[in-house]
Write a protein that binds this ligand. Structure first.
Ligand SMILES: Cc1cc2nc3c(=O)[nH]c(=O)nc-3n(C[C@H](O)[C@H](O)[C@H](O)COP(=O)(O)OP(=O)(O)OC[C@H]3O[C@@H](n4cnc5c(N)ncnc54)[C@H](O)[C@@H]3O)c2cc1C
Length: 504
């Protein structure tokens, strides 16, 4: 039996104690505190099947793998349903919370204005938006998801999350999304505080290395050397695999080496892969990511939303050979930045350059990194390390093709909107890279968030929420604010169902 120093102590707080006879960690009899909204413990008395397992150092009713929005919602829901819950977060405490730290809003259905969202966003509108981006995602699950989104703000608020009132007038107009007061980090901190207050046992720096689902009760191996934790039910909420550079390279080739990961470095997909190895049915696609255009100087991880390049539709975008490769005016609405991630990822060398002049530069929000500037296009090209004649020819050809109607004629690819000549020095440029939000491979779940095998049967006692199952709802598409709602809605379902299963 192996105990990791530092692993034992926090678990041995008020909720857990080491039983030297059984050789295992067990919840103290009656240890689950009674807190507001939570009834007395429904834990089985000692002598239950799992407690009798010898040689197993840790044991709980519901084990939650992950420490982001989805995991926290599941842990809180399971705990409120009376289960003894252990949450294992790979990240250290300072970086807990996964990508929710970077998020700011969630998409919710509502039939009348609320303090958090204006107007109405009826279920049919939400479903229509989902179908537009999600392709052939599961229709029944989508409807369940949309309906359940109606009270998720209230549920989160009841668990300590604060939302920004739209009466504050500091937010962009939105009838579809509610904004977290203080941003995603405040949401994460609030949910951790609630989980902790309810008595969820939380372990940081605890990477789950393996899942064992075959012999009745699920078990996981944690850390190195591996410690085994058994549970009556398991909720997997460990996000995608975008932070595993090897896996990303297998799907995208060498281009992956140029991607920036916009969020957590801990979403390496180990539990996702383990579920697939255990026979879970895959959904989505391994070679698709949700990506946006970011400044090429963004850090490799955790750059967050500030590294996004919002304004590149205003100028032109060229590849490393100085050639335009896409219609910069094709998407100019709020989701314009999302269109460019995959386009840049598929460029030679997976890099591109946004080019503009002093007049165009006044029309968009600048990057947080300074523009590279020069008094001529040739000089700019030299500074960027691309061929001056090639870039000069591209800019000259583009300028000559501009029509009076805001588009171009006779240049390939065309620019259909926002076409303005690039003539006013100093000329400016931003290097562009693909910034990955998350991968689009997940596991199939049913309406109870149970993980399904390829033959349609459920993996006994195993549930999933968040990015690890999001393609069931979002396909490989992007719906602003939708990802946080998936994690919260299915986290609440998974937690309740896992608790019911564990305590049955
Ligand atoms: C910059 C940025 C901005 C965003 N803005 C928004 C927004 O405004 N609205 C919106 O809806 N969505 C937004 N998103 C997406 C949203 O944040 C994510 O979809 C959501 O937070 C995913 O939650 P999750 O819990 O499923 O996964 P993640 O956030 O990826 O969390 C996974 C968790 O599991 C842990 N983990 C991973 N592997 C293991 C392991 N082996 N063992 C133990 N723990 C493990 C990780 O440490 C992490 O805590 C944004 C994302 C980014 C990057």
């Amino acid at each position: 039996m192996v105990f990791l120093p530092g692993w034992v102590e926090p678990l041995a707080g008020s909720l857990w104690e080491f039983d030297p006879v059984l050789g295992s960690f067990c919840a103290k009899a009656g240890a689950l505190p009674c807190v507001a909204g939570l009834g007395p413990s429904q834990r089985r008395p000692s002598g239950s099947k799992a407690m009798a397992m010898t040689g197993v150092p840790y044991d709980c009713d519901v084990l939650v793998v992950g420490g982001g929005n989805a995991a926290l919602c599941a842990a809180i829901a399971a705990r409120r349903a009376g289960a003894a819950v252990l949450l294992l977060e790979a990240a250290p405490k300072a970086l807990r919370g996964g990508n929710a730290r970077h998020s700011r809003n969630m998409r919710v259905m509502h039939d009348a204005p609320t303090p958090w969202v204006r107007g109405r966003y009826p279920a049919d509108d939400y479903l229509a938006d989902l179908r537009r981006v999600a392709g052939n995602a599961d229709d029944g699950l989508a409807r369940l998801f949309v309906d359940a989104s109606a009270d998720i703000v209230d549920w989160l608020a009841g668990n300590g999350v604060r939302f920004q009132s739209c009466a504050d007038e500091v937010l962009p107009y939105s009838r579809k999304t509610a904004f977290f007061l203080g941003g995603g980090k405040a949401l994460v901190n609030a949910l951790y505080a609630t989980a902790d207050g309810l008595g969820v046992a939380i372990r940081y720096d605890s990477t789950v290395r393996g899942l064992h689902l075959r012999d009745g009760a699920p078990a996981v191996t944690v850390g190195e050397p591996g410690v085994t934790v058994t549970a009556r039910a398991l909720v997997v909420a460990s996000g995608g695999f975008q932070a595993d550079s090897g896996w990303l390279r297998r799907e995208w080739g060498e281009a992956a080496d140029r991607f920036a990961i916009r969020g957590t470095p801990h979403a390496t997909g180990i539990p996702l892969k383990a579920l697939l190895d255990e026979g879970a049915e895959p959904v989505g696609a391994a070679d698709r990511c949700h990506m946006v255009a970011v400044d090429g100087r963004a850090p490799p991880f955790d750059g967050g939303i500030v590294t996004r390049l919002d304004g590149i539709a205003h100028g032109i975008v060229v590849d490393r050979d100085g050639r335009r490769f896409a219609d910069e005016g094709a998407v100019v609405g709020p989701s314009r930045y999302t269109a460019w991630g995959e386009l840049v990822a598929r460029c030679p060398g997976a890099v591109a350059i946004s080019i503009f002049d002093a007049a165009i530069e006044t029309r968009f929000r600048p990057s947080i990194f300074p523009a590279i500037r020069a008094d001529s296009i040739g000089e700019l090209a030299r500074d960027l390390g691309i061929s001056p004649p090639a870039l000069e020819a591209t800019v000259a050809g583009f300028n000559a093709a501009i029509t009076g109607g805001g588009g171009t004629a006779g240049v390939d690819p065309p620019k259909t909107r926002l076409a303005e000549p690039i003539t006013v020095p100093p000329f400016g440029a931003y290097p562009v890279r693909a910034g990955v939000t998350s991968t689009c491979l997940g596991v199939r779940v049913d309406e109870r968030a149970r993980v399904l095998r390829r033959d349609g049967a459920g993996l006994e006692g195993v549930y999933a929420t968040g990015v690890v199952m999001a393609p069931n709802i979002l396909g490989c598409g992007y719906l602003a604010g939708g990802a946080m709602t998936v994690g919260a809605v299915f986290g609440r379902i998974a937690g309740r169902e896992a608790a019911a299963y564990a305590l049955r």
